[in-house]
Design a protein around this ligand. Structure first.
Ligand SMILES: O=C(CO)[C@@H](O)[C@H](O)[C@H](O)[C@H](O)COP(=O)(O)O
Length: 247
């Protein structure tokens, strides 16, 4: 199963597991690097992918893939609270701008890291770029347009994970246009302005990493518990029913 080209091993981008990403990639197993909330962590994820490919013994690297899940809306939820606490006009003007600005800069980093001699050597062995994947694209603040994050993050070779509401909103009134690299210097200004107000991007990242890791752990434990119950009852007639429903 793990050897199937369609299966990705999902590994959270915590400090402890970045080295596992490299190891798994070097074994030729595809990886979904998840829970990425800040740019330094994203760069470490890309490096783990490149290191893994470089130490992979396969002659054809095209069989290995990876996606890097960069979280969006949750970042604005956390940043907006901090900006409100600061409360100045400048801080309030930056509300709802940080998550997209940081994602725009992530795409610039992606383009930089997946070009140049190091990347070209891997590409000659068939390697595929690790695609940026937007996660958490559902708008969490009802005062923002419901297509806000999806509309703002459209660019080549990216993946957007669309929850049903975001998908329906986009199909109804989304705007399909390349936005992701349309305003890079504006994004850099927003990123710097937030930092200048004393908000540390890396601390915001670790705060969110712990919060979401905790919720993922709970969901995983629930699935395991449910599977154990099913196995105990030998209730395989209903084995197709999802484990996250209360059976
Ligand atoms: O885990 C990944 C990708 O690795 C996400 O795509 C994930 O499925 C969901 O998008 C997020 O967990 C949803 O995030 P949120 O709306 O709860 O903030």
């Amino acid at each position: 199963m793990v050897g199937s080209p369609c299966v990705y091993m999902k590994i959270p981008a915590t400090d402890e597991s970045i080295s596992s990403m490299k190891e798994v990639i070097s074994l030729g197993i595809s990886v979904n690097a998840t829970l990425i909330f800040c740019l330094p962590k994203y760069e470490a994820v890309i490096d783990a992918y490149l290191d893994g490919l470089e130490s992979c013994g396969m002659t054809d690297l095209s069989k290995v893939s990876s996606a890097a899940a960069f979280y969006i809306s949750r970042v604005d939820v956390t940043l907006d609270k901090k900006l409100e606490q600061i409360g100045t006009t400048e801080a309030l003007d930056l509300k709802g701008k940080g998550a997209v600005a940081r994602a725009v800069l992530a795409y610039q980093l992606y383009q930089k890291k997946f070009s140049g001699p190091r990347w070209e050597r891997l590409e000659n062995r068939g390697a595929k770029k690790q695609r940026l994947m937007w996660a958490s694209t559902n708008v969490k603040n009802p005062s923002y347009p419901d297509t806000f994050y999806v509309n703002s993050l459209i660019g080549p070779d990216t993946i957007s994970t669309l929850p049903v509401q975001a998908l329906q909103a986009f199909m109804d009134h989304g705007i399909l246009s390349r936005t992701l690299d349309a305003k890079v210097s504006e994004a850099q200004d927003i990123y710097n302005a937030i930092e200048k107000l004393g908000i540390d991007w890396s601390s915001v990242g670790s705060e969110l990493e712990h919060e979401v890791l905790d919720s993922f752990t709970k969901s995983f434990d629930n699935v395991l518990e449910c599977m154990q119950k099913k196995a105990k009852l030998r209730d395989f007639s209903r084995a197709y029913e999802p484990c996250f429903q209360d059976n």
